[in-house]
Design a protein around this ligand. Structure first.
Ligand code: NOJ
Length: 510
């Protein structure tokens, strides 16, 4: 019997946002071969796994999250052969690969939806989606899309379909046996190809209240009955996913959940998924007290279920960490997360400290922009293609092709100064900070005991795990470190001339 903790429990997972990671064929959009060509970057960084955002055949209305065929690769991204090669090459380098299952909705171009549209009112194909007759001239209920505007779209006959996201993302009806069977088939399909884990997109939205009752106003509280978020019925689905994952050894699932610890906790019950994202973290200000409270809340919730948290430092849906927490704050928070029990998810480009980009209106691609009628700029600012080199080729080495490649979102001026090439040699660059910290985490923190919280002055968060202490300083003054340890193992920024830790900054000491 092998008692070693499962690999995913405390893994550092690098989120490859495919279309912005690296382009291999010069069309300006990142692809699977681009990842293959840059796998060494991930090895050099020292992460243990990569998560690939959707690469399936897509209608391209929501950057791949509107899926036309869940078991086929979009030609823009590559081929199934590329996936197999990527899995093989990643595994050969000791990297695990996590996929992304979009189970809440399909694309309107999915054959099921095309059949539903053609079939007309009452057609059995419509039962695979949430379809209802309108009320008078209006929609079946007052639900609003999470991307803005109404969540119901008329078919042009007497029926409407529900789309919690874009109008091209109709919600699947999880009460329908075809839906369950098809998504299970998808899960097995990718696990059989060699994926080591799966993220379940919009995991909390899979069940809807019958009759689509009004959404209550205001904040949510434990025990609230929300008509489409985190309903008790979704857990039947996740228990089933857990069973399918358990058919093969060492696989895991992470639920995409938004909300405080009590929201995600039930998804990590012993018979459900192994992880749920601790998403409130990304909305927590850079303040030691606030971060300490949030972190302890998620740790306690996970521990109650015998699990560990999945810490998102950033992702493709939120403002870049370097803009949210500031250029010095983002690495400081990252070092806190890396020092805690649980898995850390590092979003591609955050190892370079890339800031949120202000894109021109005409360059925006996120459906949020038009669905909100131009009031929400959406998520594109966090999705700008990575700069690999300082070359003035118009794309900073994003593509191996020379000048003339137009990236799907434009890179801003000065992007080359933030390139991997520059940061490899620049002392204290975000890249060097992450590269220096990861091996230390693996040796001193990965398998260390649960944290003991240490009394600390205002603006300071400190905890010890075994022989290692982590201190975060968000206070007004630089922090002398002598009280916390005698040997500095890693730090998010240089100490000042008196050996103190500037604010914001994090240090690991022994
Ligand atoms: C969550 C994904 O992360 C996001 O990018 C997407 O728009 C929605 N789910 C809908 O699939």
């Amino acid at each position: 019997m092998n008692d070693a903790p499962p690999w995913w429990r405390d893994a550092v997972v690098y989120q490859v946002y495919l279309r912005s990671f690296a382009d291999s064929d010069g069309d300006g959009t990142g692809d699977l071969r681009g990842v293959l060509e840059h796998l060494d970057h991930l090895v050099e960084l020292g992460v243990e796994a990569l998560w690939l955002n959707p690469f399936y055949v897509s209608g391209e209305a929501d950057a791949g999250y509107d899926v036309v065929n869940h078991r086929a690769v979009d030609p823009v991204m590559g081929t199934l052969g590329d996936i197999d090669e990527l899995l093989e090459q990643a595994h050969a380098r000791g990297l695990r690969v996590v996929g992304d299952v979009v189970a809440n909705h399909t694309s309107t171009h999915h054959p099921w939806f095309e059949e539903a549209r053609r079939g007309g009112p009452g057609h059995p194909a419509r039962a695979r989606y949430h379809v209802a007759p309108g009320r008078g001239d209006g929609p079946p209920s007052d639900w609003q899309s999470l991307f803005g505007g109404p969540a119901w779209e008329p078919f042009g006959d007497c029926e409407w379909y529900l789309h919690l996201f874009d109008v091209e993302q109709p919600d699947l009806n999880w009460e329908h046996p075809d839906v369950t069977a098809d998504v299970e088939r998808t899960v097995r399909f990718w696990l059989d190809r060699g994926f080591d884990g799966l993220r379940f997109d919009a995991a909390g939205a899979l069940a809807k209240a019958p009759g689509y009752p009004p959404v209550p106003a205001g904040e949510r509280h434990p025990g609230d009955d929300h008509p489409y978020s985190d309903r008790p019925e979704v857990h039947r689905v996740h228990r089933r996913f857990a069973q399918v994952l358990a058919e093969r050894p060492y696989r895991f699932g992470v639920a995409e959940i938004w909300g405080p610890p009590w929201v995600g906790e039930p998804y990590t019950r012993p018979d459900e998924l192994q992880q749920a994202f601790a998403m409130d973290l990304v909305f927590t200000p850079l303040d030691a007290g606030a971060l300490g409270t949030v972190v302890r809340g998620y740790l306690d919730a996970a521990a109650r279920q015998g699990r560990r948290p999945a810490w998102p430092h950033g992702n493709h849906d939120v403002t870049r960490a370097a803009t949210r927490w500031g250029p010095e704050g983002a690495p400081a928070v990252l070092l806190v997360l890396l020092a805690l029990p649980g898995a850390t998810y590092l979003y591609a480009g955050d190892e370079l400290g890339l800031p949120e980009v202000e894109l021109a209106d005409d360059d925006l691609r996120d459906p949020t922009w038009w669905r909100s009628r131009g009031t929400e700029r959406g998520r594109d600012g966090a999705r700008v293609p990575l700069p690999w080199t300082r070359a003035e080729d118009g794309h900073h080495g994003f593509s191996p092709q020379g000048p003339g490649v137009r990236t799907w979102l434009p890179q801003p001026p000065g992007w080359g100064d933030r390139s991997v090439q520059d940061q490899r040699v620049e002392p204290w660059s975000p890249l060097r900070v992450v590269r220096a910290a990861l091996p230390v985490r693996n040796s001193a923190l990965r398998d260390a005991p649960w944290p003991t919280w240490l009394p600390a002055p205002d603006g300071v968060l400190a905890f010890r795990r075994g022989g290692t202490t982590c201190v975060l300083n968000t206070g007004a003054e630089p922090l002398p470190l002598d009280a916390w340890g005698s040997e500095l193992l890693a730090n998010s920024r240089p100490l000042d001339e008196h050996g103190r830790l500037p604010s914001p900054g994090t240090a690991w000491l022994r």
